[in-house]
Design a binder for this molecule. Structure first.
Ligand code: NAD
Length: 335
């Protein structure tokens, strides 16, 4: 079976190829493409029965229609989120969808803790100072997590792993989810509303998927509810934040710390070396000027463990599609 693999980097190609060697019948033939899937690149999938994409590819109705015209019947995202795919259009067109629901919730959870500790203890600034032979500690005083109330918004696979890791630090943990989880209840106190979580947390970390109900969840109104100097972390999806409102709140000191691994307009920035480019996105450029902001380029997932699991799960989905058996990791149907 011919498989077009959009948006691939060197670090994952060899892992996918290695996983493909163990596929029953060994019949997967990859075409690796640097470009992301969108209206301009979709023609590259012509003649491939399956296509693989990642978080910032575009799989809207018009792209899916062109994929189908070109003979593609199966589309898998190598990610846990699938908000980039128009699921209704895929259903209408009979394109099967798969994803990787739990390649390593711990990868993102550990990264989240890393962001809290880095910014909360100014580790990044300390590192930069020492490299300049500046050993002054002025401005590097941090906080201890045991003195904090941490609010975890979304306690699915990643959020519940964050709660598990946080429980070792002795902080008070609040949680909010539309579907509370029993394991989380052993370590955290669920609040009844998102607003309560925002009101009572010193640190708020977001682990809900991007959907219409969570789009710009963090906006001027929700920020208003938060404590002065709140620490906000987003390792989920960029559009959970209304970034201009967040910038205003950083300027007014309402938000005291911000750590983000995702950005609403990241598709035109992340995953490439743009160090010689002029950044035209003024909101993003403004974020980079704050000393109390850390931005990483969607790397929370990136561990050896996660890459191996992504490759193995994706190969299983391709094999199931090839054999005509139900897909173990099908994207849930749109209600
Ligand atoms: P999950 O589906 O296991 O958990 C999501 C949780 O959010 C569920 O428990 C659900 O009930 C809850 N939820 C949904 N809508 C809600 C709402 N409106 N209010 C409160 N709770 C709500 O997903 P997961 O595996 O934990 O992943 C969470 C998100 O993390 C993914 O959707 C993806 O966007 C993001 N992610 C980011 C990276 C990265 O590298 N930065 C990697 C993997 C996943």
């Amino acid at each position: 079976m011919k498989v077009a693999v959009f948006n691939t980097k060197r670090y994952e190609r060899h892992v996918l190829e290695h996983a493909a060697k163990s596929v029953r019948g060994g019949s997967i033939e990859f075409t690796f493409l640097d470009v992301r899937l969108d209206g301009q690149t979709v023609a590259l999938a012509r003649g491939h029965e399956a296509a693989l994409i990642f978080v910032n590819d575009v799989a809207d109705r018009s792209v899916l229609e062109k994929l189908k015209e070109g003979g593609t019947r199966f589309l898998a995202t190598r990610s846990a989120g699938f908000n980039q795919i128009d699921r209704i259009a895929a259903q209408d067109l009979g394109i099967q969808l798969a994803y990787v629901p739990a390649y390593s919730p711990n990868a993102v959870a550990e990264f989240t803790i890393g962001l809290i500790l880095t910014l909360g203890r100014h580790i990044h600034e300390g590192h930069n100072r020492v490299r300049r032979a500046d050993f002054n500690l002025e401005g590097l005083c941090g906080f201890e997590l045991r003195d904090m109330t941490v609010g975890v918004c979304g306690t699915g696979r990643i959020g519940s792993a964050v709660v598990r890791l946080l429980s070792g630090f002795g902080c008070k943990i609040l949680a909010y989810d539309e579907e509370p989880n029993e394991e989380v209840m052993l370590r955290a106190s669920y609040v009844d509303t998102r607003e309560e979580l925002f009101r009572f947390s010193d640190i708020i970390t977001l682990h809900v998927p991007l959907m219409p109900s969570t789009f710009h969840l963090i906006n001027a109104e929700s920020i208003d509810l938060m404590k002065e100097g709140v620490f906000l972390i987003n390792t989920s999806r960029g559009a959970l934040l209304d970034t201009p409102s967040v910038v205003e709140a950083l300027k007014s000191r309402k938000i005291g710390f911000l750590a983000i691994d995702v950005y609403e307009e990241e598709a035109s920035l992340f995953f490439e070396d743009r160090s010689s480019d002029i950044i035209n996105d003024d909101t993003f450029a403004r974020l980079l000027t704050f000393p109390n902001v850390i931005v990483t380029g969607h790397q929370a997932f990136l561990t050896n463990h996660a890459l191996r699991n992504i490759a193995e799960t994706t190969l299983l989905s391709l094999t199931e599609f090839a054999e005509g058996v139900p897909c173990s990791h099908a994207v849930p149907h749109h209600d």
